[in-house]
Design a binder for this molecule. Structure first.
Ligand code: KG4
Ligand code: ZN
Length: 340
C-alpha cells in the first residue's frame, strides 16, 4: 500500500509518500516563512493562498522523486485539524477530490497524532505504551499513549503553548519569525548564571503547564537591564533553561505516575537540541529511554501525516467522505482504529 500524505495546517505545504513495506519513499516541504516574516507571524489568508499555489506542484515532484505515477497511489491521508481553517481546507479539498477521482480511500488525520507518531518513523522505534511530550506552536501536552488512538491526556498548558512562548520571547529579543530556532541559537552565547527565571507550576502537584509568566519575566528583565547583545543572549539562555528544566521535572513526574519507561518528545520545539539532550538525561536517570523524531520531522511535515493515516487505514478505519476540517480538535477524542 502506497499512501500520499498532505499537510497544510499552518505555514508549511508538505507532501510525502509512505509505502507499507518499504517505508518512506519521498517527502518534500515548501516553507512560507518568507511570506509571513514581515508580519512577525502567520497571516492566515496568505497561508491559504500559498497552499493553493504550491500543493499540486509539490505533489507532482514528490511522485517523481518516489518514481511513481498518480495511478500507483492506494490511499490519501490529509491533515483535517487542528489548524487554520482556510489552510486546512486546501489540503482537505485536494486530498478528498484526488481520492474520489482515483477511487481510493482518504483518511482525515489529526495533526497532533501525526506529531505523536513521528518517532515511529525512525529506526529502532519505541514500542507502546509510552509517555508523549507534545511541544509545538499550538500545543503543550503530556499524553499517556497505549496504542494508536489510545490517548489519555495527563497535562496541558493553561495559557500559551510552548512554541508560542518561544516565538513571543524571541520577538521581544528582536529576533525574526519563527523565533524558536533563533532563540535557541542566541542562547548559546548566553551566560546561564546571570538571570534566574522561575520554573512555572513545578512547586505544586500535577502535570499542567503555564508559560505566559516566563514571557512577562523576560519583558521585565529586559526593561531593568541595558538592552545590549549580551543581555539579550543571557535572557534567551535563562528563558530556555527555565523551559527545559520545567519539562524535565514534569516528564519525570509523568514517568513516575504512569510507571512507564519510554518517553517520546515530538512537535516543533522538540527540534531544540538543548531540550533533546536534557530530556535524554532525565529519561536515563529515571530508568527510561527518550525517543525523538529526526529534526526535520519534529516541525510540520507530511511524512508523519502519511504514516498516521496509514496506521488508521490498515486497521480498516475510514473517515467520512465529506470535506470537513476541525480547526479545534482535542487529541483525546480520537479513538483506536477498528481491530486494535
Ligand atoms: O510543530 P510545529 O512545526 O507547528 C505546529 O504544529 O505548531 O511547531 C512550530 C513551533 C514554532 O513555535 C517554532 O518556533 C518552534 O516550534 N520551534 C522551536 C525550534 N524549532 C521550532 N522552538 C525552540 N527551539 C527550536 N529549535
Ligand atoms: Zn505541528
Amino acid at each position: 500500500m502506497k499512501i500520499v500524505g498532505i499537510e497544510t495546517s499552518c505555514d508549511e505545504t508538505a507532501v510525502a509518500v509512505y509505502d507499507a513495506e518499504l517505508g518512506l519513499l519521498a517527502h518534500a516541504l515548501h516553507s512560507q516563512v518568507d511570506i509571513h516574516a514581515d508580519y512577525g507571524g502567520v497571516v492566515p489568508e496568505l497561508a491559504s493562498r500559498d497552499h493553493v499555489r504550491k500543493l499540486l506542484p509539490l505533489l507532482k515532484s514528490v511522485l517523481v522523486e518516489a518514481d511513481l505515477t498518480i495511478g500507483d497511489v492506494d490511499a490519501i491521508a490529509y491533515t483535517a485539524g487542528p489548524g487554520l481553517i482556510g489552510a486546512l481546507l486546501v489540503g482537505a479539498c485536494v486530498g478528498r477530490s484526488l481520492a474520489w477521482a482515483l477511487g481510493v480511500p482518504a483518511m482525515a488525520v489529526h495533526h497532533m497524532e501525526g506529531h505523536l507518531l513521528a518517532p515511529l518513523l525512525e529506526d529502532d522505534p519505541p514500542a507502546f505504551p509510552f509517555v508523549a511530550l507534545l511541544v509545538s506552536g499550538g500545543h503543550t501536552q503530556l499524553v499517556e499513549v497505549n496504542g494508536v488512538g489510545q490517548y489519555r491526556l495527563l497535562g496541558d498548558t493553561l495559557d500559551d503553548a510552548i512554541g508560542e512562548a518561544f516565538d513571543k520571547t524571541a520577538k521581544l529579543l528582536g529576533l525574526s519569525y519563527p523565533g524558536g530556532p533563533a532563540l535557541e541559537a542566541l542562547a548559546i552565547d548566553g551566560d546561564p548564571e546571570r538571570f534566574q527565571f522561575p520554573r512555572p507550576m513545578t512547586d505544586r502537584p500535577g502535570l499542567d503547564f503555564s508559560f505566559s509568566g516566563l514571557k512577562t519575566f523576560a519583558v521585565n528583565t529586559l526593561k531593568s537591564n541595558t538592552n545590549d547583545d549580551q543581555t539579550r543572549a543571557d535572557i534567551a539562555r535563562a528563558f530556555q533553561d527555565a523551559v527545559i528544566d520545567t519539562f524535565g521535572i514534569k516528564c519525570k513526574r509523568a514517568l513516575k505516575e504512569t510507571g512507564l519507561n519510554r518517553l517520546i518528545v515530538a512537535g516543533g520545539v522538540s527540534a531544540n537540541q538543548a531540550l533533546r539532550l536534557y530530556l535524554e538525561d532525565v529519561a536515563e536517570d529515571n530508568n527510561a529511554r527518550a525517543y525523538f523524531p529526526r529534526p526535520e520531522f519534529c516541525t510540520d511535515n507530511a511524512a508523519m501525516i502519511a504514516f498516521a493515516g496509514y496506521q488508521r487505514l490498515r486497521a480498516g478505519k475510514s473517515s467520512s467522505p465529506a470535506i470537513k476540517v476541525q480547526p479545534r480538535w482535542s487529541l483525546d477524542t480520537l479513538t483506536a482504529p477498528v481491530g486494535k
